[in-house]
Design a protein around this ligand. Structure first.
Ligand code: SF4
Ligand code: MG
Length: 324
């Protein structure tokens, strides 16, 4: 299948002021150069603990925050340098669904207004065409037509996320960045929303960048996955392989620390030791070395390159330098 999105060496550093009463300016390297690609119709997962840069990656590639450098090719065309008019056209094709649908919906707008707005902004279609499209996406996400006249507070969390998904669909996108789309929902509701997203993937052939800290959800939804740690990808490859035979010690720890899906299963959970180090002042060498049970002298001074170790699999760890 054809490549839909190709992200190369994406960088973002935030400058923040901290401290009181004396403040200092510090630089947070949220993205230290990440690269990945997503094929047509593919769901690609981005996982890692909070603060690893996965949400920044999703926002930076959509230019909701401007990245400092790198390249984002959408069907071969550079999204980051596209001029105004062309950028607006490309934006239709790349949409986002947020974690907290309530925060991302305007409380003073009816669902109908919220869903019509993207089409009005992009000057797409007559009033009748917009109304028809709004009705069609409501059907598609399983909301009644009567939702058009209602406000976000009149809906449950799961229904609000359906509204968020409907809003992402009105412009007929090809790729959706889903940033923790079910993390704020009850487990029973999570399953329904995942089922809805699965249906869109199959019926529409939609591609996803699926951002989540929940490995169970990613395992269910994504064909390939990248694991991030402190602004970098430390391992990526086919989802099954990454979780069944992780190569990077961080991936293994993350997997072993995640809740066991079957409560009857007798599995001793290894703890993920230590704090996530800070992106403000990341450890030297391999950023994971203070928490890594296999750390060697070399790990403290030399950052391991992300390299291919098998077809479709990359890992950044000195333990696997020889593997290729
Ligand atoms: Fe551990 Fe060294 Fe591999 Fe980093 S490079 S994960 S410290 S073994
Ligand atoms: Mg996040």
């Amino acid at each position: 299948t054809a490549t839909l999105l190709e992200v190369t060496d994406l960088h973002k550093t935030f400058t923040v002021r901290r401290g009181f009463p004396r403040t200092e300016t510090v630089h947070v390297k949220a993205l230290a150069g990440i690269s990945f690609s997503i094929s047509e119709g593919e769901a690609f997962g981005l996982v890692g603990e909070s603060g690893c840069g996965k949400s920044t990656a999703g926002r930076a590639l959509l230019r909701l925050i401007e990245p400092d450098g790198g390249e984002v090719l959408y069907r071969g065309e550079n999204f980051l340098t596209a001029p105004g008019q062309r950028l607006r056209q490309l934006r239709q094709k790349l949409q986002i669904v947020f974690q907290d649908p309530f925060a991302s919906l305007n409380p003073r707008r009816t669902v109908g207004q919220t869903l019509a707005e993207p089409m009005q902004v992009h000057k797409l279609g007559s009033r009748e065409a917009i109304e028809a499209r709004v009705a069609a996406v409501l059907d598609e996400v399983g909301l009644p037509r009567t939702a058009i006249e209602k406000y976000p507070h009149e809906f449950s969390g799961g229904q609000r996320q359906r509204i968020g998904i409907a809003r992402a669909l009105v412009l007929e996108p090809e790729l959706i960045v889903a940033d923790e789309p079910v993390s704020a929902l009850d487990v029973s509701i999570q399953a329904q929303i995942l089922l809805l997203l699965d249906g869109l993937k199959v019926r529409r052939g939609l591609s996803f960048l699926f951002i989540s800290h929940d490995l169970g959800v990613v395992r269910h939804f994504c064909k390939r996955v990248a694991v991030m740690y402190l602004g970098r990808i430390v391992e990526d490859g086919p989802t099954e392989q990454i979780f069944d035979e992780p190569l990077h010690p961080y991936t293994r720890a993350l997997r072993d620390a995640s809740p066991v899906p079957d409560p009857r299963a007798k599995v001793t959970m290894a703890r993920l030791e230590g704090e996530v180090a800070s992106a403000i002042n990341p450890p030297t060498g391999c950023h994971f070395h203070p928490r890594c049970p296999h750390a060697m002298d070399r790990c403290r001074v030399e950052y391991p390159k992300l390299r291919a170790v098998a077809p479709g699999r990359r890992v950044a760890c000195h333990l696997h330098d020889q593997a290729a």
